[in-house]
Design a protein around this ligand. Sequence first.
Ligand code: ZN
Length: 438
Amino acid sequence: MRQALGTSFKFSILASVMLAACSNATEETDNDAGDQQTVASVDLSSVAEHTKVQQALAAYEGMEEKNVERLITLTEIPAPPFREEKRAEELVRQFEAVGMSDISVDEVGNVLARRKGVGDGRTVAVIAHLDTVFPLSTDVTVRRDGDVLYAPGIGDNTQGLVAMLSLAEALNTYQIETEADILFVGSVGEEGLGDLRGVRHLFREDGPRIDAVVSVDGGGADRLVVDAVGSLRYRVMFSGPGGHSYGAFGLAHPHQALARTITNFTERARPITEDGAKATFSVGRIGGGTSINSIPFTSWMEVDMRSVDQAKLDALNAAFNSSVDDALAAENAARTRGPEITVEVKPVGDRPAGQGDRNAALVQNAMAAMELNGLEARLVASSTDSNIPISKGIPAITMSRGGISRNAHAPNESWEKKDPHIALRILTLTVLFETGVR
Ligand SMILES: [Zn+2]
């Protein structure tokens, strides 16, 4: 394995910078007592300066071409939500290839690879999602142009899987002994209608013990997701008999009920979004109707609401549901003939929100790892696999998968091999700060 010269040298200079930056953080978590006790006892400088850790960090540059091969292999296996099993099989093979032995696939299809620690009983989970937003029929052949690789799903989040595999390989190659276990997870159903089903299952009541979570998703090595943007999504359908626009005039009108709903909802939701934590709402799609001279028999819409604040999300939800009920009643009351129209409100997404604790050891450790690599953390809110642990009060962050991702969720998605080792080093340090190293 080739090692980049000079990396360790640069690293040890940065390490002393970091110690100053971290002293505050560790003190704060010491004072925080309670649930963070074991985390705060990890000595960051001894981890960062550990010979084996420095070897691992220095190795990532030499792994780049091997990682591109992994990326291409995994990307070319389609993996829409609910159809991740083929890609999961390949991930199992890849975990085996990097020296993992305790590998399993759980009931919903998550791939789990446990790397035993030497012993404090804690587990730090490193999670990257297996699924992409693209349907099974999408052409996922990778086209390479120098350092830029094009294919749907290549960045989001196939590169996340590669980052996770690289970390496992580096830990195994340099025989780094961690105190806590590391549970690597290739999760199913992060995207769209997958609705976080993989992590929901992972954090079920009788699921494995997990004390902290580092999700790998998104670009920007300095990007640190600490807050969970929750969302609620509905598909709404008004249905009635329908009829001729002239001959059946007076029937309750599905489109007009839908319009009343949108007006009600816009008026009731707007004030919730005006101050405090960010909250949003959008009627993204509407449809229905057969012709210009017909009263439609159905009218439907899809609605999306988001916030990092669960209370605001709950308030938007209440505004939405009352808007539907009132619109239905008003449209039926206004009819002069025919039966009442009905409405079906179908939840199609429910991701819990939560604001992470910026003083948690995990967040501070991630910031220290970034600083060690010359970056100042940008704390952001996003919707990722970390939503579930954050909403349950389990320390969780989401970090960069490395390189530059462009046009995520679009057919012309690309990933550029631009310094992916920086994000890998940050990921490695963050995880090892969390686990402790023997
Ligand atoms: Zn993603």
